[in-house]
Design a protein around this ligand. Structure first.
Ligand code: DLL
Length: 432
């Protein structure tokens, strides 16, 4: 089943034709509307007319998260604010978030792509879809919500948290598709079992899970524990949020909607494009977005592209599940965290050394973050009450900087092991 059969199964030649035309339009639009891109072009001695189609893609400049940060908040927008109807934000590398804006047309496209994702996961207008991704600045909730409504399914916009209520509504309202992070899916499954609810009492058939990495054995576990078929869904706020790519029932990679995005795999060190079938960094060029189109956006996600046609009939290229990152971003309980955000927050607090260590563990299915922080010599010899209030202060600041609660452990000066002068910042014990 398809949501948009004509587009989802169109021939490679047709797709390439569409990409060529859209790319040329996009390049013109960015050159004339976004000073940031115009100066990038000028620095490369590139004119919009030099781009005749996707064979010229590698001539185009890359865009990085740092570029978004340097142009915070609206510098990369290609539409005036009067045309922007929605703003989302994701973690930046330091204090400020990465801001993205969508026009009415962008929201329509996003809804179309989310609807395609739901249908790929066997949903239709008779489905009851429980969206347990966060609604808010995070793109998961609202992004999928609009797609589910477009499909005319019945949507339960429950957002995250309150597992008791999630389970009660799932049972009473006969949810047939659940959308949440894979780790929460396992937590839900375990909680359902603990409550003595049998799977026969539920109407669950499938789920779409993403926003964080999850290995194949986790899919098996979710499918078994919930008796559903589990689909991987990928996306990122900068490009479009969920709806960039989804697995079909053959689960041999996620189809990237190539009528809207041109993917590439590049070597993260040399930035040279790599052939299909090779592991490298995923890069996206958006070819229809109006609000904040991006040329060759470096996702920092490591994956592989496969261009052989899939048995499902969809012709759009497939990406392998995310294999890791080419930077130090961590995803903890579905929240993206950069160690530099923690460093920044600590520097603002003072009284502590900028030496810290992040210890991430998985307790059953949920992630825990412990931040060990070295305090100054002077403070360490201070009264216990002083240390306690510092610890509380750090915990509060971290929660507001990261949008995630962390256990704060204050440690003696010089107690975090140093390697070549630097402390080992991250100890990830989750094994994913
Ligand atoms: O996580 C969008 C999303 C929402 C995707 C709901 C899927 C479902 P950001 O918060 O901007 O957007 O985080 C994007 O999350 O660069 C990846 O590192 C990671 N990520 C997203 N989906 C997957 C996935 C949303 N299926 C960052 N597998 C991306 C592994 C994923 N990592």
């Amino acid at each position: 089943m398809y949501w948009n059969e004509k587009v989802e199964t169109m021939s490679h030649e047709e797709l390439i034709y569409i990409q060529n035309e859209r790319l040329k339009d996009m390049v013109h639009r960015l050159y004339y509307n976004v000073p940031f891109y115009r100066s990038k072009f000028q620095n490369l001695g590139l004119e919009p007319e030099d781009i005749k189609g996707i064979e010229d893609l590698s001539k185009l400049p890359f865009t990085t998260k740092q570029d978004l940060r340097d142009n915070y908040p609206y510098g990369i927008f290609a539409s005036p604010l009067s045309e922007i109807v929605r703003i989302h934000a994701s973690s930046g590398t330091t204090g400020k978030p990465t801001v993205v804006g969508y026009t009415k047309k962008d929201i329509n496209t996003w809804s179309e792509l989310s609807a395609r994702a739901f249908v790929a996961a066997d949903a239709d207008r008779n489905s009851v879809i429980q969206i347990a991704y966060g609604y808010g600045l995070f793109t998961g909730g609202l992004g999928l919500h609009y797609g589910a409504e477009k499909l005319c399914a019945s949507v339960i916009p429950i957002s995250t948290g309150n597992t008791q209520r999630q389970i009660m509504l799932m049972k009473d309202l006969k949810t047939s598709l659940i959308a949440c992070t894979p780790s929460y899916a396992i937590y839900l499954a375990d909680s359902i079992k603990e409550q003595g609810i049998s799977l026969e009492e539920l109407n669950l058939k499938s789920g779409i899970f993403g926003a964080e990495p999850w290995p194949e054995n986790m899919r098996k576990e979710i499918e078994k524990k919930l008796n559903i078929t589990a689909h991987d869904i990928y996306g990122l706020s900068e490009v479009m949020g969920p709806g960039v790519a989804i697995e079909c029932n053959y689960k041999c990679g996620m189809h990237i909607w190539e009528d809207h995005f041109i993917p590439e795999i590049v070597d993260p060190n040399t930035l040279e494009p790599l052939p299909y079938g090779t592991l490298g960094e995923l890069v996206f060029t958006t070819i229809t977005k109006e609000g904040m189109p991006l040329l060759r956006y470096r996702t920092r996600d490591l994956s592989i592209l496969y261009n052989e046609t899939c048995k499902c009939g969809r012709t759009h290229i497939r990406m392998e599940r995310i294999k890791g990152r080419s930077d130090d971003m961590l995803i903890i309980r579905g929240v993206n965290i950069f160690p530099s955000q923690i460093e920044n927050a600590l520097l603002e607090i003072g009284e502590v050394e900028p030496h810290y260590q992040l210890i991430i563990t998985r307790d059953g299915t949920l992630d825990n973050l412990e931040i060990k922080v070295e305090v100054t010599e002077h403070l360490f010899s201070d009264k216990i009450s002083g240390l306690e209030s510092l610890q509380k202060n750090i915990a509060r600041k971290m929660e507001s900087a990261l949008q995630l609660s962390a256990k704060i452990t204050l440690v003696e000066p010089n107690s975090i092991p140093r390697f070549e002068g630097k402390s080992k910042r991250v100890i990830d014990k989750r094994n994913i």
